[in-house]
Write a protein that binds this ligand. Structure first.
Ligand code: NAD
Ligand code: KPL
Length: 308
């Protein structure tokens, strides 16, 4: 059975290349005929691993190709996920399975509501990849920059799908995780405690050691939020883990910092925005988190970047 991968971006290409080289049938879905033609002219995608580039001529198709979709990796940004799945819904075969690779929370529920006939598997990944815009192959060249792990789970059904063996065979490090919501909330909380401050203070993650009181206050409010919305395990030792991540990634710029520095839209609505909206729904007063959101929105607005 063929995999389909929507989003020939960083993670989509990383997954497609590894599936293809293991002999797993895979098709890349591109936005329109012009993008498909450009992809085909490039001869497929290139993956750079440990400095070595290899080309994978993964077949491509457009969103409105007639081929039914049974297994789909949705590898676009959180803000594109709902409209992307709406475009593909007519192609989903009965019993289709979707893997939602988006960071943050909120987009998964929006996707699931659009395609109630499909099984939606949520994923949280610590792998790192980026597109190497400077190469002649341009956007079809992806650099595998950070080894990591992907957790997959279905909040409605804890039976692992049979196709996990395809990931095994392809060398994609993964784990079936019945508590996937807890993982996604924990990652969201880490991102909320670190990413917005790195943008506002224009610093690397390590620069936050100069703002430790502010980080501690945010962690306390995030812990309150997690406990109030039924995720107490995600709140355990949050502050200690945030401090560990700040130390371990001290030399890095957070993903949100990189987005803003490159003038790209951020996933704020699915991170801090989702945290603040959930707090409001639970009638929780979290003044520092709310003030952080306000400051970040003003900062983005001043630079002409969207707030959603
Ligand atoms: P990306 O921007 O590199 O790729 C997304 C791709 O999806 C783009 O090529 C875009 O054109 C395409 N796309 C969007 N809507 C489409 C549509 N309707 N039809 C066809 N194509 C469409 O994004 P990414 O870095 O791969 O990130 C994907 C998700 O994974 C994000 O939520 C991100 O936060 C998360 N994530 C990324 C990394 C990483 O290292 N890149 C690591 C962990 C998590
Ligand atoms: O995931 C991250 C990001 O930059 O998005 C870390 C490194 C954990 C910082 O929040």
């Amino acid at each position: 059975m063929s995999w389909h991968v929507l989003g020939a971006g960083s993670l989509g290409c990383l997954w497609a290349a590894r599936l293809a080289r293991a002999g797993v049938p895979v098709q890349l879905i591109l936005r329109n005929p012009a993008r498909l033609a450009a992809y085909q002219r490039a001869g497929g995608l290139s993956l750079v691993e440990q400095g070595l580039a290899r080309r994978y001529p993964v077949p491509g198709q457009t969103v409105d190709d007639p081929q039914p979709i049974r297994r789909l990796l949705l590898a676009c940004k959180a803000y594109d996920a709902e409209s992307a799945i709406t475009g593909l819904a007519p192609r989903l075969a009965p019993g289709a399975e979707l893997i939602l690779l988006q960071n943050g929370l909120g987009s998964q529920e929006a996707v699931a509501a659009r395609v109630p006939q499909a099984r939606c598997i949520f994923a949280s990944s610590t792998e790192g990849a980026f597109r190497d815009g400077t190469a002649p192959e341009g956007e079809w060249r992806v650099v595998f920059a950070g080894q990591g792990h992907t957790w997959l789970g279905d909040p409605l059904d804890d039976h692992p799908p049979l196709w996990l063996s395809d990931l095994e065979r392809s060398g994609i490090p993964h784990q079936w995780s019945p508590d996937i919501l807890s993982r996604l909330w924990r990652k969201l909380a880490l991102n909320c405690a670190i990413n917005p401050l790195t943008v506002l203070y224009a610093c690397r993650n390590g620069g936050l050691s100069e703002h430790s009181a502010e980080v501690a206050t945010l962690c306390a409010e995030l812990g309150q939020l997690l406990r109030s919305c039924g995720q107490p395990a995600a709140a355990l030792d949050l502050h200690a883990e945030v401090q560990r991540v700040i130390q371990a990634t001290a030399a890095n710029y957070s993903s949100m910092h990189q987005d803003v520095a490159q003038g790209r839209r951020t996933e704020i609505a699915y991170l801090l925005g989702h945290a603040c909206a959930t707090a409001q729904r639970h009638h929780l007063d979290l003044p520092h988190l709310a003030a952080l959101q306000e400051r970040l929105l003003q900062y983005l607005d001043a630079r002409g970047l969207p707030s959603h």
